[in-house]
Design a protein around this ligand. Sequence first.
Ligand code: CMP
Length: 139
Amino acid sequence: APERTLVLVKPDGVRRGLSGEILRRIEAKGYTLTAVELKNATPELLAQHYAEHEGKPFYAPLVEFMLSGPVLAVVAEGQGVIPGFRSLAGATDPTVAAPGTIRGDLGRDWGLKVQQNLVHGSDSPESAEREIALWFPTF
Ligand code: CMP
């Protein structure tokens, strides 16, 4: 089966009109967009998506942020796309993410309680399978 990852353009990215720029970078790298859908998250979906972060100090602000507006959910496909997209995204903290990356070029610290860092990308094949099933139940 082809390698697939789940990418989310988070509410900050959608709000700032960066969805096209982020999709452009994924395509320019050579990956294929297999599914793209604008969605409103729900507390139930986020509880599953972020199960590993439950109990951390940034969990509640993270969920609140992810509910603050629509999210662009994307399935991207290609050899090496899981680590490849995380490399395109850059480090979690946009202040120090390397220039050339999505977070490094387009993100910064907005002084809020959670990193508003524009994108999410699955971190392993197991996460990708689980997250694609959550965001695209009919995929
Ligand atoms: P992501 O890696 O997609 O999933 C977890 C998210 O939690 C992360 O992006 C950030 O948005 C946020 N996050 C992770 N670590 C911190 C932190 N130390 N402080 C605030 N937010 C964080």
